[in-house]
Structures are given as structure tokens and as C-alpha cells.
Write a protein that binds this ligand. Structure first.
Ligand code: CUA
Length: 183
């Protein structure tokens, strides 16, 4: 019953689309007003092009300087303050340290021991702070300076098997460093 209804609806839809195509095809043989339409559109075209170029230039100028990649800020070759080794495997995150202080340039060196995972860090408002692939045989480095202390949630964003959803951990961002000094 349902099958038949779907069939009939599909045929009606196909018929409608065919009719539209036929109509357009038959109309396209009439060339009488082509030049009018052409002249109109060609008149608009340079302005449309200029507008798009202007929009792209404005968008790039206002956003490029805020690209969230270390090398766009000249940091790629500078040494970080702290390094956190992040190793992923089914189905767990192993971090060389679970605490980092605010205000320090932290480099996360992320890799995997088995399949592809995705290292993603969320702040306490559940906003994505950073993420990068955890790949076997390759180390992805992502740099970040934390501005607010708190318990940041680590999630896996790449489907990696049965317990993918349970691949959770925490990173504590402290207001002070481990020696007790204010950063
Ligand atoms: Cu690891 Cu999904």
C-alpha cells in the first residue's frame, strides 16, 4: 500500500519535472528577446563582479589576522612554554600531563597508537576550543594559550569503533603553575 503511494507520488514528481524541462526546452527555441536579456545581464555583470571582489577583500582583511593557526602568528618555529604529549588509542586518551596553567603557550603533540581519532578540547561552556586529528604514525602539533582556568573536556570527534562515544578525558587549566606562582 505504502509502496504504491510512494510509486505514484514519484511518478507524479517525475512527470512534473519532465514537463518543466519540456517547457524550458520549447521556450528556448524562441530567440526574439535574447538580446534584450543579454544586454541587461551583461550590464549588471561588471558591478556584480566588483561587488564580489570587494566582499572577498573585506572578508579576508577582517578575518585573516585571526586565523587560529600558530604559524600565521609567527609562532611555528618558536619553542612553546609547555609540551603535552597526547596519545590516543581505542578507547582512551593518554596525556603526559593533565594540568596546564593559564597564560602559557602550550603545544599539544597529538598522535595515535591504532586508528584515526580526533583530539577535541571543550571549555566549561561546552565550546570547542581546539581540535586536531590523532593519526597513527604522524604527530599533529596544535598550539594554544589558555585564557581562563577550568576543567576542559576532551572528546574524540572521529568515529573510531564501538566505544568511540566513551573516549572522554579532562584537562585541568589552573590559574597558577605547579610551583604556586601566579602566571
Ligand atoms: Cu577515538 Cu572516536
Amino acid at each position: 500500500m505504502l509502496q504504491n503511494t510512494v510509486w505514484i507520488l514519484t511518478l507524479i514528481g517525475m512527470g512534473f519535472i519532465t514537463a518543466v524541462y519540456l517547457f524550458v526546452f520549447l521556450q528556448s527555441t524562441q530567440t526574439s528577446d535574447t538580446h534584450v536579456v543579454k544586454a541587461k545581464l551583461y550590464g549588471i555583470r561588471p558591478w556584480w563582479f566588483a561587488l564580489l571582489v570587494a566582499l572577498i577583500v573585506v572578508a579576508l582583511a577582517t578575518t585573516l589576522s585571526r586565523m587560529p593557526y600558530a604559524d600565521t602568528h609567527g609562532r611555528a618555529n618558536s619553542a612553546p612554554d609547555l609540551v603535552v604529549e597526547v596519545t590516543a588509542h581505542q578507547w582512551e586518551w593518554v596525556l603526559s600531563r593533565n594540568e596546564v596553567p593559564v597564560g602559557k603557550d602550550v603545544a599539544f603533540r597529538v598522535n595515535s597508537e591504532d586508528v584515526n581519532h580526533d583530539f577535541a578540547l571543550y571549555d566549561e561552556q561546552n565550546r570547542l576550543v581546539l581540535q586536531t586529528q590523532a593519526m597513527p604514525g604522524y604527530t599533529n602539533i596544535i598550539r594554544h594559550t589558555f585564557e581562563s582556568p577550568g576543567t576542559y573536556r576532551i572528546r574524540c570527534l572521529e568515529y573510531c569503533g564501538l566505544e568511540h562515544h566513551a573516549m572522554l578525558s579532562n584537562l585541568i587549566v589552573t590559574a597558577h603553575d605547579s610551583q604556586g606562582g601566579i602566571q
